[in-house]
Design a binder for this molecule. Structure first.
Ligand SMILES: C[S@@+](CC[C@H](N)C(=O)[O-])C[C@H]1O[C@@H](n2cnc3c(N)ncnc32)[C@H](O)[C@@H]1O
Length: 331
């Protein structure tokens, strides 16, 4: 460890050889404060605070950042080892002085005042908060943000991707999205929507014979698709094939309903699915830990109530039986 040049040590000592600068440095150690807040906390005129802050900044003891009309000051994060040691020593003597203890009490009041401003807003705005939130940040920005919890290493299949709404939402947070659909018109829209994402692979294909290798997905999503397929169990088996053991399926669809007109209006093959049938099919298709959750009913929409199902792909061994037929046996 090389000692700093003599003049640097003297400069540093000179900067700290002032009680006001030490109080300021103590105030911004571990927190950010504005000049106004520092004036309030240390009960000093703005000219005094600004003058000393300039000295501290010139000597690289503090750093600051602008935010709108405010500037926030804090102890520099780039102090070298010697400066840090020197400040630790000085701090130990300064922080126990009556002036520093009073400063600290007033800093806590300043910070509490910031909190109070936000609390006062919410006390008044509780009734309108959701409207304000939607107009500022969008209807469900919370759910978009929650997608960041997904594992960034995952390859996700958006099976029956339609116009690619979900693929576009998933692309920024996972390794790759394979979007599959049988409809050329839907695929064209999906390609247009996901063109900015290099990790979205849009493929034409059916859910009954997915254009995917065995065990090539970590997660498969069937979003509002299952009620359209002719043989759901067959599709679930095919999805199991393309998932790695331990991979997960997510099915979101309608709960069993009685709206016969949907068959003619929208080509629905099935009038939703209840828990018993989904549990049964998933187990038969080679899934375990099946969880069927009814989604909260949204009173502002006209469609039937929905469910979401998650399940885990069971371990499957592939064996070659006499006659060279390939069979899969579930363990
Ligand atoms: C109701 S849309 C849902 C699209 C999308 N998942 C969403 O949430 O917006 C159903 C999609 O599944 C596709 N689809 C239906 N049956 C299919 C099958 N057997 N194979 C591949 N795609 C299918 C349709 O072409 C359509 O794009």
């Amino acid at each position: 460890m090389t000692a700093p040049a003599r003049s640097l040590v003297h400069d540093r000592l000179a900067t700290l050889a002032d009680a006001t600068r030490c109080r300021l440095l103590l105030a911004v150690d571990g927190r950010e404060l504005t000049v106004g807040e520092l004036c309030q906390a240390l009960q000093l005129p703005q000219s005094t605070v600004s003058r000393h802050l300039r000295v501290l900044a010139d000597a690289d003891w503090t750093m600051s950042r602008a935010e709108g009309a405010s500037r926030w000051y804090t102890l520099s994060a780039l102090l070298d080892e010697h400066a840090r040691d020197l400040w630790t020593l000085v701090r130990a003597s300064v922080e126990v002085t009556p002036a520093a203890l009073q400063d600290l009490a007033r800093i806590e009041a300043v910070v509490a005042d910031r909190r109070a401003r936000s609390e006062a807003f919410f006390a008044d705005a509780a009734g309108e908060w959701e409207t304000t939130r939607t107009s500022l940040y969008g209807a469900r920005s919370d759910l978009a943000a929650t997608l960041a919890l997904l594992d960034p290493r995952w390859i996700v299949g958006d099976l029956g991707c339609g116009t690619g709404v979900l693929s576009a939402a998933l692309a920024p947070v996972v390794r790759r999205v394979v979007a599959v659909d049988a409809s050329p018109a839907m695929l064209e829209a999906a390609r247009a929507r996901t063109t900015a994402f290099e990790n979205v692979d849009v493929r034409e294909g059916t859910l009954e014979a997915l254009p995917l290798d065995d065990a090539s997905l970590d997660v498969a999503v069937l979003m509002l698709v299952l009620h359209h397929v002719a043989e759901p169990l067959r599709v679930l088996r095919e999805v199991r094939r393309v998932l790695r053991p331990g991979g997960r399926i997510l099915v979101c669809d309608m709960r069993a309903h009685e709206r016969e007109e949907y068959r003619a209006m929208m080509g629905h093959v099935w009038l939703g699915f209840d828990e018993t049938v989904m549990q049964e099919w998933c187990v038969q298709a080679g899934f375990t830990n099946v969880r069927y959750l009814p989604l909260p009913v949204d009173t502002s929409v006209s469609g039937p109530a929905m469910f979401v199902l998650t399940a885990e792909a069971d371990a499957i061994d592939e064996v070659i039986l006499p006659g060279a037929n390939r069979w899969r046996v579930q363990q």
